[in-house]
Design a protein around this ligand. Structure first.
Ligand code: VGL
Ligand code: ZN
Length: 206
């Protein structure tokens, strides 16, 4: 079997109810994370190359409402010609909340994103300022053209990463049962947008 690239998006303490995270995504209890862990281990056993994406912000990051006096969490503001959702501070570099909940030996590499205080980055491939991470190079070097993507959050990181991958010419499948979204409406819209971009939703479970 041709081996694929598996991208596990942002499975980090701050995004889970299990760890009482700062930006907990509904449905991310311990049982869900165990399911993600088992599926990821199975993909690896089958010979696929597994990569983690990790949200990794400095404390003064532009996406934190606390860095915008008078603003509240989940407000949408304009910054130049971009719109920015203001989040509770989360996934701050080096904190327990930023920790990956899957063991590092599962991964060929951990790709960090959102490290530039000036730009948010839902995509594992590039930030809102256009700066690329090393993800595309890592996949290309291994000749991986087919990707399986899942994790958190369906409506942000998973969606942006899958759309960028499809636009870059990868064949992409998103495993919806291994994803959770921040809100039901944006999650349904994200699945529809990904489908319309030719992304397969749900792949054979390992
Ligand atoms: C994400 C909200 C804030 C994500 C990152 O990667 O899904 N969502 N930062
Ligand atoms: Zn973030």
């Amino acid at each position: 079997m041709e081996s694929k690239g598996v991208i596990v998006a942002d499975v980090q303490a701050d995004f889970t109810t299990w760890k009482h995270g700062a930006l907990a995504v509904p449905g991310t209890d311990r049982a869900f994370i165990d399911q993600v862990r088992r599926a990821t281990a199975a993909y690896k056993r089958q010979g696929h190359a597994v990569f983690a994406v990790q949200d990794w912000h400095p404390p003064d990051h532009v996406s934190f409402f606390t860095n915008h006096p008078g603003r509240k969490p989940f407000e949408l503001i304009a910054i130049g010609n971009r719109s920015q959702v203001l989040w509770p501070p989360h996934c701050i570099q080096g904190t327990a909340g930023a920790a990956l909940l899957l063991a590092e030996p599962l991964f060929e590499a951990v790709v960090q994103k959102g490290t530039d205080r000036r730009f948010d980055s839902y995509s594992g491939f590039k930030d809102d300022g256009g700066a690329a991470t090393e993800l595309d190079g890592l996949l290309q070097r291994r000749g991986l053209r087919e990707l399986i993507i899942y994790g958190l959050a369906t409506d942000y990181c998973v969606k942006a990463t899958a759309l960028d991958a499809a636009a870059a010419g990868y064949r992409v499948a998103v495993v919806a049962s291994l994803c959770r979204g921040i809100t039901p409406a944006t999650t349904a819209a994200a699945l529809e947008t990904m489908r319309a971009a030719g992304i397969g939703i749900a792949a054979p479970m390992p």
